[in-house]
Design a protein around this ligand. Structure first.
Ligand code: ADP
Length: 397
């Protein structure tokens, strides 16, 4: 294994429920020098894969290893690079307690723990990642970067559900929004690339990955977003339904004898593109299946695009102007036919897709529309880079 020279390593940890993503950036040089993934943790098939800059991808089985074991492996990989200057952690839910990234101390850990009831699958592994790294690197400052923070600018009319107000005041029932780091990054990129006024612009950002959400950004601030109290609300996703009638739960419970837990699991894991198509949750597989004549795959794609276009229309109601629609995430960055269909479904907005630019995923600025059209852009998201920057800037200013 060759070791690149790294003057300012910053480690980023994204601990999911059964996986762990990690990256190391040489922050002053702006380079990613190591990236990796530990998957299927706590199972006999647990596996670690990583890539060091300039090297081939490596893979090692780590049967039975849990998050702590995987972080120990990351610690060993880092021996070749040196101790990080800072560690940034992606934390999914910051509730109303965190409107920006923060340096981690005991009170921050307690705050993340308090938000765990709102994100029971996500916050506990995030906390485990933080605690394990604290014991492996007791001297290194750590920073938490929240998926929800960018959306803390939502006004009450945008974040309240029309349910008894005590549920908000006593139980924290409200819309929080997610993917904030990605929406924030691509909106900033759009402002820069289109030379917009940072204090006067209107954007809609569509993060389309396995999870999908769209956000209205007015003058640098999130003013509306499609995900809600949990990442289940809003757009059609790989396996998540997005919006359904809340009456569905009782209907299914009575007709099929399903419990609430079973219905929630179905809406999270068996719905969305997978549920509709019966083929796959993966947009690449679906577009290939649709191209070879699979009508169910095509219908799932059409529902995905219809609902995204509908939400773009709804989000536009919070803007004074639409400077650009920005596509990002695995689907947003790579699926030209999806982008074309969404633009086509929004004739009132004046989009005219430039097929050549769309096929090549945008011109030098990422533009995929014609000169006369309202602008649509493709911007590759860089959530890990944003987390690394926050981790460094908050601890080395
Ligand atoms: P995650 O949310 O897990 O980070 P990604 O942002 O990587 O996921 O997005 C994954 C999605 O992007 C999958 O549905 C995948 O099929 C889709 N995708 C990636 N490349 C393409 C492509 N060339 N065409 C269509 N879809 C693609």
């Amino acid at each position: 294994m060759s070791t690149p020279t790294i003057s300012s390593p910053v480690l980023v940890i994204n601990a999911g429920s059964s996986s762990l993503k990690f990256s190391v950036f040489d922050i002053r040089a702006g380079r990613e020098v190591l990236s990796g993934l530990a998957e299927r943790l706590s199972s006999p098939e647990a596996v670690l894969s990583w890539r060091l800059e300039g090297d081939d991808k490596q893979r090692r089985e780590i049967p039975g290893q849990d998050h702590e074991g995987a972080l120990g492996e990351v610690h060993q990989l880092l021996e070749a690079i040196g101790e990080p200057l800072a560690i940034g952690h992606r934390v999914v839910h910051g509730g109303e307690a965190f409107a920006e990234s923060v340096v981690i101390d005991d009170s921050v850990i307690a705050g993340i723990d308090q938000c765990a009831s709102l994100a029971p699958l996500h916050n506990p592994p995030n906390l485990l990642g933080i605690r394990t790294m604290q014991s492996l690197y007791p001297e290194v400052p750590q920073v938490a970067v929240f998926d929800t923070a960018f959306h803390q600018s939502l006004a009450p009319e945008a974040y309240l559900y029309p349910v008894p107000i005590g549920l908000y005041r006593e139980q924290g029932v409200r819309r929080y929004g997610f993917h904030g780091t990605s929406h924030h990054y691509v909106a900033g990129q759009a402002v820069r690339r289109l030379e917009l006024d940072p204090a006067d612009h209107g954007l809609i950002t569509a993060h389309l990955g396995n999870g999908c959400s769209a956000t209205a950004v007015r003058n640098g601030r999130s003013v509306d977003t499609t995900m809600g109290m949990t990442p289940l609300e809003g757009l059609v996703m790989g396996t998540r339904s997005g919006d359904v009638d809340p009456g569905l739960h009782e209907y299914l419970a009575e007709r099929l004898g399903l419990t609430l837990k079973e219905i929630t699991a179905m809406l999270n894991r068996d719905s969305g593109l997978l549920g509709l198509s019966g083929v796959s949750n993966d947009m690449r597989t679906l577009t290939e299946a649709a191209a070879s004549g699979n009508a169910d795959a095509q219908r799932a794609i059409d529902v995905f695009c219809f609902r995204l276009a509908r939400q773009v229309g709804a989000l536009a109601a919070s803007l004074h102007r639409l400077d650009a629609l920005v596509f990002t995430g695995g689907i947003g960055e790579n699926a030209a036919p999806i982008r074309a269909q969404v633009l086509e479904r929004l004739p009132l907005f004046g989009f005219v897709c430039d097929d050549r630019l769309n096929r090549q995923h945008g011109d030098e600025h990422g533009r995929i529309t014609t000169g006369e059209s309202t602008t649509a852009l493709v911007v590759a998201t860089r959530e890990e880079w944003m987390i690394a920057q926050d981790a460094f800037n908050l601890t080395h200013s």
